[in-house]
Design a protein around this ligand. Sequence first.
Ligand SMILES: Cc1cc2nc3c(=O)[nH]c(=O)nc-3n(C[C@H](O)[C@H](O)[C@H](O)COP(=O)(O)OP(=O)(O)OC[C@H]3O[C@@H](n4cnc5c(N)ncnc54)[C@H](O)[C@@H]3O)c2cc1C
Ligand code: SF4
Length: 492
Amino acid sequence: MPDPNGFLRYERQLPKRRPVPVRIQDWHEVYPPAGEELIRDQATRCMDCGIPFCHEGCPLGNRIPDWNDLVRTGAWAAAAESLHATNNFPEFTGRLCPAPCEAACVLGIGDDPVTIKQVEVEIANHAFDLGYVQPQVPATRSGKSVAVVGSGPAGLAAAQQLARAGHAVTVFERDDRIGGLLRYGIPDFKIEKHVVDARLAQLVAEGVEFQTGVHVGLDVTADDLRDRFDAVLLACGALAGRDTTETPGRDLAGVHLAMEHLVPANRVVAGLQQSTPIDAAGKHVIIIGGGDTGADCLGVAHRQGAASVVQLDQYPLPPEARAAEQHPWPTWPVILRNYPAHEEGGERVFGVAVQEFVDDGEGAVKAIRIANVMVERRDGRRVVTVDEESRRDLRADLVLLAIGFEGTEDSPLLAQFGVTRNPRGALDAAGNWQTSAEGVFVAGDMHRGASLVVWAIAEGRAAASAIHTYLGSHGDLPAPVAPSSQPLAAAR
Ligand SMILES: Cc1cc2nc3c(=O)[nH]c(=O)nc-3n(C[C@H](O)[C@H](O)[C@H](O)COP(=O)(O)OP(=O)(O)OC[C@H]3O[C@@H](n4cnc5c(N)ncnc54)[C@H](O)[C@@H]3O)c2cc1C
Ligand code: SF4
């Protein structure tokens, strides 16, 4: 029986982030582990609601009140089992998720919500530390085989589900290491890579075969996969970076897409290369884009030793709390998001857009010309009005474009499988996650467009369930979402 007064006795509290001057000297995670007492007190705040809206916020359908209460009583093994029942990789979401469950938490109506994400990561950490994460090897084999293309969280979740159901699973990854954006996109200060490796060891022990350095469409063809496997899951992500090719000066040296900066930075941290061609050390850095990717560039730039960093956002400064005209609880509020990287330094400028990259006379960027803008939606279209009077220059030696993604890349794989991208740059799926090609399924960002780790895992699990059925296997696997599922905010 949960403690009915827990939220009255304890205030919301997170473990203290490591001090800024210390943490920007290294690449370790920003948050240290929480003390046992702190996390039990925080779990005690959960009211075990009759209708737990936190479930609605989470695409995985995590059994949040159940594991909150198990943590409250110190039943870590049972908490780990409950958590893993709906989420293959809680150590990823516990570190990375923006936690729509917390936005939907009932306690959040009149108080601060439960620290659901922190409880999640602590359960996951305990599970690894105490040896509860063991391979779940199937007792019988189905005799069927599945190729998974792409080793991000969507491909990995599907691979694990299918392998545990007895299918022979091979994951093909064009990079030299497994993990997708968890490996080479997201910096170590958000998720250290030993966390990814620890989970991969479980998948290997469960029989998942990994082939790295294999670009499907180039090194092996769609026909090869069709010949060798009974079904194929495409989980190639949405890695086509949005560019600003129309802007004068875009081709100057020193102007790069965010991923051109983040990927080699991660490889340096991993010891796979000595240096990066795009190093912020000693430079005046401008990041264009106010979202997650921009915040990751900010944290990396500070750790590389940037002289200054300015992050630009074309939208106006959002409110600090949910504004009256926004959809109410439990939807996702549009508020100012302060990531740990923002407290490490730099300046944020809102309501501006780049008009030109200014040449230093030798083919490199020396400044960017910006102007105040107003972004509106008129007749469903996005209209940007520029205040010409407000044009001004900001010094820049390095400009990083973190303005989003345009869907999955145009790769030979698409034509070989006979599938095409929709206007969002993603692949459409029927209700059973199958693309227009027989026996070829899709999940994660490649289906949804650039999204979140939690959605990638949820889609991977659901697509695995559909593939299991397609292969004529007995029983059902969990399918937490449908291809048409939308986040709570958009469902209203
Ligand atoms: C910089 C950055 C930071 C982010 N931070 C967060 C965060 O903090 N929290 C959060 O929830 N989400 C975050 N996201 C989003 C999240 O990482 C993605 O939504 C998630 O990784 C999508 O998973 P996926 O498996 O669909 O694809 P991905 O993780 O993109 O993996 C796709 C994989 O497919 C491989 N591949 C592609 N084509 C082929 C081919 N033809 N053959 C073989 N392999 C191929 C790619 O190399 C890649 O490894 C971030 C994204 C970025 C870019
Ligand atoms: S909505 Fe919040 S308080 Fe209610 S069960 Fe979920 S986590 Fe606990």
